[in-house]
Each structure stands twice: as C-alpha cells, then as structure tokens.
Design a protein around this ligand. Structure first.
Ligand code: FDP
Length: 352
C-alpha cells in the first residue's frame, strides 16, 4: 500500500430510514495537500515544500478562475507587448505570470523564479530562500482566444544545503518536482523525485483530490502519437521517414498545447514530439535547436515521463534530464513518452 491509498476516505451518511429518506452517499477523496503531507512525513522531509506547493496550488486556482471567466470579461486577447521569445504577449499571460509571482513571493522560500514571461530571473528571497522555480504560467497560447486547454507548467529545484550555493542553472535531473495544471479542465499532474507521477482532479470545493499513480501504458494498441503534422516536411529526413513508415500503427492526436498533449501521452502511452525544424522552405524559419523551452517545458514533461517509466530525448539523442541549460530560455527539440518509442527514435537520430 502507498501513503496515497492509506488515507483514502469514504463516508456514507444515511438519514433516518423510518422517514423514508434517501440515502446520501458522500465520497471524500484524499486531497493533494493530505497526500503531500503524508509524502513529506514518510520521507522525513521539512514542511517547506508544502508551503511552496500550497502557493502553486493557489496560483493555479486563480489562473483557472481568470481563464474560465476570460471570454465573458474580455481578457483572452493580446496586449501590446512582445516577450523574450519575440512572441506577442496575451492578457492572460500577464495575468497568470503576476498571480504566480505574487504567490511564490509570499512563501519566502523561493530564491528566484524563471518565468516564460520575463526575460530576466526574478529575485524573490535570495538570502533565505530554499528553492528555484521555473515556470510557464500559461503554455499553449494558440488555444487561449478559444478558451481551450492550456497549461501551467513548473519545475522546482533545491538550493545546495550542504555548502555555498553557486546559483547554476539546474538540469532536469536536479529537479525535486515537476508538474502541470491543465487549465481549465481541472487536472493536475505532479512527479516527485523517485516517488512517481501522480494525477489529481479538481472537486466541487476547488481542491485537487484522488491521487492516481501514472505509469505509461505498455499496451502498444493504446499508444498515441502527437506532433504538429503540418511541420513533417521540415523535420530531418530520417525523422520524416520514420513518421511515414510508422504513423499508421498509432492513433494520432494533436491539441497544440504541450500540457494537454502530454496529458494524453501520459495516460495512453506513445510519444509526443516536437522535432528540430531543419528543412523549412524559408530557412529563416528553421529551428535547429527546436521550439520548446528546456527549463519550464521539456524538462518538466521529461521529469514526469521518467517518473512514469518513460523517457525523453532531444535531437542528439541526449536525455533531456541530463541537459545543463546555458540560458534560462534555452530551446530544445523533444521526443517524450514510452521508452520503446524514444529508443526507436534514438536509433533513427543516430543514423542522421
Ligand atoms: P504555443 O506556441 O501555442 O504557446 O511552446 C509553446 C507551445 O504552444 C506548446 O504548448 C505546444 O506544444 C507548441 O508550442 C505548439 O506549437 P505549434 O503551434 O508549432 O504546433
């Protein structure tokens, strides 16, 4: 039994039978916070990480609220700003960023944060903080104006507690946790270092509840492939060949928001990929280093995939979790999902 199952609670309340009352069945599922407390207790950990997660939960709930009401209140559009990636900033990007920074600051436990929406690191508590947090507060911008699923992705690493901190950029293998909220669907998945990947669903009181351990399915008939198919002619020749030869074996799904697409990969098995763009008819549009951001996109899903028995690699076949970033907003190609598939891609890439 795991600590998740041990604290699962079911309460049945029945009204007086002689009054002919209906029996009420009330199922109280274990909340994420109770799950986390048990986790920290089991591994003799401090409560600092709970404070951090409480802040991220509060941020996610507020982002969820603003997103749900966004179409009605008119804040699903664009601002006049352009972000560090050269992309037009949406109103929701700014709202989600500000909410998250507010909550991270109040914890007093975050040294500094890296956000997709800020060119520079954001110092929060450089003296007394304990964690580094890397996040994309609203990933999947093409879905925003439609109110369709987007993601709030985060990874967290701990400062060096045994000696002086050198503030180096952390590789994914040094994260202690990584997770994603799929907004506004009310699902939250988190992977805790060496303790698995877990999925929670939001309940009627806005609590994330009912931990479900995620393991990538070994049943190949379930597997799905997810990538932007319109880009296939821009991929490396070998990758395109692999797709042409193999895609019919799998169901194809693509939402265009990493959190939503990876959510499916984690549930069904298979592979999400965003390969390097190297054969674009307009060479200026090539992206030999890939599109996705290493620290708050690729490493986050890679960390979850590995905790669920999967793997993730870049265009050189290097494990995503081994890449030490040279910059906060570094990009990478990404192949993530069931290990037999990423192994197959690794062989294809080796022949390039
Ligand atoms: P978006 O550009 O819409 O913000 O890195 C961001 C991301 O979305 C991912 O969430 C998504 O997986 C990918 O880019 C979608 O890119 P394409 O539009 O090129 O398919």
């Amino acid at each position: 039994m795991t600590y998740a199952e041990e604290t699962f609670i079911v309460i049945r309340v029945s009204e007086a039978q002689n009054m002919g009352a209906t029996e009420f069945v009330m199922d109280f599922e274990q909340t994420f916070m109770s799950f986390l407390l048990r986790h920290q207790e089991r591994y003799n950990r401090t409560y600092n990480f709970i404070v951090l997660m409480d802040a991220l939960m509060s941020a996610a709930k507020h982002i969820q609220y603003y997103y749900l009401t966004g179409a009605l209140k008119g804040h699903l559009g664009f601002t006049d700003n352009v972000n560090v990636q050269g992309e037009d900033v949406m109103q929701m990007d700014e709202i989600a960023h500000e909410i998250t920074i507010h909550y991270l600051r109040t914890t007093e436990r975050v040294i500094h944060a890296v956000s997709e929406e800020a060119a520079e690191i954001i110092p929060l508590n450089e003296e007394g903080g304990r964690y580094f947090v890397y996040f994309d507060p609203l990933d999947g911008s093409s879905n925003v104006s439609h109110g369709l699923p987007v993601g709030f992705l985060f990874g967290a690493a701990k400062r060096n507690l045994d000696g002086p901190e050198d503030f180096h950029l952390r590789a994914g293998k040094d994260y202690i946790a990584a997770g994603m909220f799929v907004i506004p669907t009310g699902t939250f998945t988190i992977a805790l270092k060496d303790a698995g990947a877990w999925r929670f669903h939001i309940d009627e009181t806005m609590n994330y509840v009912k931990p479900i351990r995620m393991m990538l399915s070994e049943k190949k008939s379930d597997w799905e492939l997810s990538f932007n198919s319109a880009n296939r002619y821009t991929f490396a020749h070998n990758i395109r060949e692999w797709i042409d030869k193999n895609e019919q074996r799998y169901t194809f799904r693509y939402l265009g928001a990493l959190a939503g697409d990876f959510h499916r990969t984690l549930t069904k098995g298979g592979m999400f990929m965003y390969p390097a763009i190297v054969n674009h008819p307009n060479p200026n549009k090539n992206r030999p280093d890939g599109k996705l951001r290493l620290m708050y996109e690729a490493s986050v899903v890679a960390f979850m995939a590995e905790e669920a028995g999967g793997h993730a690699i870049d265009e050189h076949g290097t494990s995503i979790l081994d890449i030490v970033p040279k910059g906060h907003h570094q990009r990478t190609a990404l192949y993530v999902g069931s290990k037999p598939l990423t192994d197959e891609i690794m062989e294809v890439l080796a022949k390039k």
